[in-house]
Design a binder for this molecule. Structure first.
Ligand code: GDP
Length: 455
């Protein structure tokens, strides 16, 4: 399969200054030469790598665009294969037409992530770095982009391979014992292993902790806005998004669906859902909205519980307070531009974080940002250190820690050393699955299926 030459549009499916059709594989330049004629008259097939040619793109004998064709020669390209990139005018029709011409000339359509997958299979980058390519593309802010770039540079893989190497060292001495079981490994041998396991475990736990702190910045968190009707939930949603997304009215029970938006609060990314006001109601349609809101509240990572600060707390508010128990939640005392009538103590006693704000004027937005920051400890996130960039990578670290724990217990219990060896081997497997050095093809396929076509 790897010999087939693939093609795809590498730029977004929208009008733009330029659109790029990327062709990669053994016949990339040959296929490009069938549809692209350089004005210089020199055959494209004789082009060296790192060369740009100006010319015309043809579909059969019909000229369809003027373009620049970049030629890369294996192994010095993104994929490690011969590659041609045709930069044409970025119209929706033109880029599709150029792609069609490339396919008619012998290329096959690239699958999602296939260019990067080939780069991985050709040893241009490891699996962790490949995943960071998608994180870099999806980054919504500076910290997320810096973290992804660091992983792409290999910071994470270096740290993970160091952990794996330390355990491989242990396995080497254990293998000696497995080969010569009659020769006792003395107590000092076992005692030497423990600190290495502990040190590796601590290093991995630290990597996980940093990822968890950074998740609000890199992946974003699922937040929900709840509150009884008319406290200002929709106004808050509009304030956070910066545009009118939710309908604001004085009529209670107006928002019935869940309205969802991705918002950026400082460096923090939140997928915020505005829900129907939660209150006791006989109205069947409103009740559907109330139940949707309650379900959303249950699975949210962060609850923004809104109260009308200009009114006393009532039984509907107490019901909301009750439902927020045990959740990461921030109480928002809204309408701070009006005189305060709500009992701050009731709110303060039930929420570790209270923010007084005015959704209509935007006053208090910074305080909300600080509260979210402190709950998710984003200040402890250092995008310049080795950063995990996916749940898959996190799970590999968790698995490695579990196997190390088993190895430590086996050592402490004085179980035979081959049991320790097996656990240590599993830990190494988990770490090398993260970097892709020992990932199965199913894992590799799964990683690249989440990519976009053309990357
Ligand atoms: P929801 O039912 O909780 O979504 O509440 P809305 O966002 O529809 O707002 C209900 C009413 O409260 C509207 O008349 C808003 O203009 C008003 N409101 C919302 N936020 C504020 C605020 O911060 N200050 C003041 N004075 N009024 C607000």
């Amino acid at each position: 399969m790897e010999n087939r030459t693939i093609a795809a549009i590498a730029t977004p499916n929208a009008p733009g200054g330029i659109g790029i059709v990327r062709i990669s594989g053994e016949k990339a330049v040959e296929i490009a030469a069938r549809i692209f004629r350089p004005v210089s008259g020199k055959p494209l097939t004789e082009s060296k790598g790192y060369c740009a040619h100006f010319g015309d793109v043809y579909d059969n004998n019909e000229k369809i665009d003027e373009a620049v064709c970049l030629v890369f020669r294996a192994p010095k390209s993104y994929t490690g294969e011969d590659t041609a990139e045709i930069s044409c005018h970025g119209g929706l029709y033109i880029t599709k037409r150029v792609l069609r011409a490339a396919l008619d000339a012998g290329a096959i359509p690239a699958e999602a992530g296939e260019f990067t997958k080939r780069a991985f299979l050709n040893g241009k980058l490891d699996l962790a770095a490949a995943e960071s390519v998608m994180s870099l593309i999806g980054a919504s802010g500076k910290q997320a982009a810096t973290a992804a770039l660091n992983t792409l540079d290999g910071n994470l893989s270096r740290e993970i391979r160091k952990c794996a190497d330390d355990i491989i060292g242990i396995c080497a001495s254990l293998a000696a014992w497995v080969d010569y079981p009659d020769e006792d490994i003395d107590d000092t041998g076992a005692a030497d292993m423990l600190p290495i396991f502990e040190k590796t475990k601590a290093a991995l736990a630290d990597i996980i902790r940093r990822y968890d702190c950074g998740r609000a910045v890199t992946d974003g968190i699922d937040a929900v806005i709840v509150g009884k009707p008319n406290v200002g939930k929709s106004t808050l949603m509009n304030m956070l998004t910066g545009f009118e997304r939710s309908i604001v009215t004085d009529i209670a029970g107006t928002t019935r669906d869940v309205v969802e938006e991705k918002i950026v609060l400082g460096e923090i990314i939140m997928r915020v859902a505005d829900t129907a006001g939660i209150r006791e109601t006989e109205n069947i349609v409103e009740n559907i909205g109330v139940n949707l809101a309650k379900r959303r509240l249950e699975r949210a990572e962060l609850v923004l519980a809104v109260f009308d600060g200009s009114e006393p707390i009532n039984s509907d508010d107490l019901d909301i307070i009750e439902q927020c128990k045990g959740k990461k939640a921030i109480a928002l005392l809204n309408k701070s531009d009006l005189p305060m009538a709500a009992d701050r103590k009731i709110i303060g006693d039930n929420f570790p974080h209270t923010v007084e704000l005015s959704a209509s004027t935007g006053e208090g937005r910074d305080a909300l940002e600080n509260a979210v920051r402190s709950i998710f400890k984003t200040n402890e996130f250092d995008p310049n250190s080795a950063c995990l960039t996916s749940e898959r990578q996190r799970q590999c670290c968790v698995n490695a820690i579990n196997h190390i724990n088993e190895a430590i217990s086996a050592l402490n219990m004085g179980v035979t050393l081959d049991a320790v060896n097996v656990c240590a081997d599993c830990a190494i497997d988990a770490l090398l699955e993260l970097t892709g050095d020992r990932a199965t093809s199913a894992v590799v396929d799964e990683v690249f299926s989440r990519f976009c076509v053309g990357k």
